[in-house]
Ligand binder design. Sequence first.
Ligand SMILES: [Zn+2]
Length: 255
Amino acid sequence: MLRKSVERKALAQFLDKELQVARFRDYCPNGLQVEGRNQIKRLVSGVTACQALLDEAVKLEADAIVVHHGYFWRGEDARVVGQKFKRLKTLMDHGISLFAYHLPLDSHASLGNNAQLAKLFDFEVSGRFGEDELGWLGTWRAGQLPRLAELVRHISDKLQREVLCIGDLDKTIESIAWCSGAAQNMLGSAVEAGASVYLSGEISEPTVHLSRESGVSYLAAGHHATERYGVQALGQFVAQELGIEHVFVDIDNPV
Ligand SMILES: [Zn+2]
């Protein structure tokens, strides 16, 4: 298939529309964050716009990068110094555009991180919960009453990494709640939603107690590991719809 190129502005409009960026109030700007060259033929996707991803994109002669974790987070030091300077200089020296989609990519009904997790884990989606409906609800092997131990093994196999589990492994699972990344603070909403178990990426100290006291088990499956799939699906979708090249680059992260 002959690969095409697309104008940066057209790609920005396409992505912003698909991800409905105007619907979200986020901790960072969504969309084009750093402007590069005008024509885009090769798009690299990755979880975080860290230096290692940028260096890989330069090697791959990418024209643009799309990530879940971009720059310019609310409350961060605004100065362009240190690592931030180096990252921006790398992009600008090579004319590479940076697109970032945070909450819009968690939330998207088919390409989003949580939709992609449902697909990966064979979860049947039954609803959404919490603020901005960022949490997802569903079932796994409904009617078979799987035990928590089986679910933990299943998730670990699919993500190819150890999952940290708070809860009784013999407990049977009826409904599952999940939200990718650093959404451990949504455990309270998952309890209200009536889930048997809640899965997110990270865990913090109070989460253990809330899980034990509420009886809703908690699975910390990795922030990076649970957010590898959305941006990859987005990149593939763009390649398919606009005919440009796409390469997903995984910079592993143990957290
Ligand atoms: Zn994240």
